[in-house]
Design a protein around this ligand. Structure first.
Ligand code: SF4
Ligand code: SF4
Length: 314
């Protein structure tokens, strides 16, 4: 199985549009949207929801006031300062200890140290994950609840579901739309993957993020290539990216020009390939050709992958 992960560091580089186009070009890949805080890949893939499931992100503590003897021991153990002492003359429990559900990290330390067993510790639903059909293959995606943590855990769950689905359907390629940044969700998206494509653009902030992502992919030893989006908007910075990549021995797999049709494709709820016959669409087809070469080179099973990506119509 071959897992291609597309990341960009900062938002706004056109990564999701690009992933949608690669999905349209690859056909019959399992698609995953790991940007669980702001999932939007489904919006350009005409998805039809097939299944939704709760995501249990962890546990949260709450104090049973009838059992609590107000000794305050639990506050001494909470490293997250989530347990507060409150006094209210109006309450039947005029003084009490309460747990701030937004501050509780679910570590369970207070539960172990409460002498009265007065702290409940229950699983919490932190979001939902979905399975959709699209014209380009099944899509696994999710929505993390507001102010919920555990995005890395949700990303890992999505990738696991995508692998099971690929096994079940006999599909050999998984295309992952990675989350922004370089933190825990990105690490959860790339670890153990086959190949990483960094989408950058000729701007100082995007270049800075690309360099940080390259450090990360180098650290994990994952083969990596670069695509420069909107490459014609600043030729000097595009040359800078090219020389930097040459020094790092990283291949530039494609350069996509700025094309207003990309925005009109998004507004129409579709991908660039289905929306536009030429312009950026031509460059994206070239990019997919280069990616296929890289995937073949880095696949665990190049023969099977070769059969998968040279099917008629690809
Ligand atoms: S340790 Fe238990 S009994 Fe003591 S204040 Fe906390 S919840 Fe109440
Ligand atoms: S579970 Fe951990 S973070 Fe939550 S209140 Fe207890 S000690 Fe604090």
């Amino acid at each position: 199985m071959t897992e291609l992960v597309i990341v960009s560091g900062k938002g706004g580089t056109g990564k999701t549009s690009l992933v949608g186009s690669l999905a349209a070009l690859s056909r019959e890949s399992v698609l995953v949207d790991c940007d669980v805080d702001a999932a939007d890949l489904h919006l350009i893939l005409q998805n039809r929801l097939q299944q939704s499931s709760d995501f249990i992100g962890g546990k949260r503590a709450s104090i049973n006031e009838e059992k609590c003897l107000k000794c305050g021991i639990c506050t001494e153990y909470c490293r997250f300062d989530a347990i507060k002492y409150e006094f209210s003359a109006d309450s039947p429990f005029s003084e009490r200890y309460v747990i701030d559900k937004h501050a509780c990290d679910g570590c369970g330390v207070c539960v172990r140290h409460c002498p009265e067993e007065a702290i409940d510790f229950q699983e919490v639903t932190s979001g939902e994950w979905y399975l959709s059909d699209t014209p380009y293959g099944p899509l696994v995606h999710a929505r993390l609840g507001l102010a919920q943590a555990n995005s890395g855990k949700l990303v890992s769950l999505l990738r696991q579901q995508a692998r099971s689905l690929a096994d079940e359907k006999g599909m050999d390629i998984i295309i992952v739309d990675g989350p922004p940044g370089i933190g825990c969700p990105v690490i959860a998206s790339i670890t153990g993957s086959s190949y990483i494509l960094i989408v950058t653009e000729p701007s100082m902030s995007a270049i800075h993020d690309m360099e940080r992502l390259l450090q990360l992919t180098k650290h994990f030893g994952i083969p990596t290539g670069i695509c420069i989006n909107k490459a014609d908007i600043n030729p000097a910075l595009t040359s800078h990216i090219e020389s930097f990549a040459a020094k790092q021995q990283i291949r530039i797999l494609g350069k996509i020009p700025f094309d207003p049709a990309v925005t009109s494709a998004q507004m129409a709820g579709t991908n660039i390939i289905d929306h536009l016959a030429d312009g950026a669409s031509t460059n994206l087809k070239h990019l997919w050709g280069e990616i296929r070469e890289e995937l073949m080179e880095h696949s665990d099973n190049p023969l099977q992958l070769k059969q998968e990506i040279i099917k008629p119509g690809k």
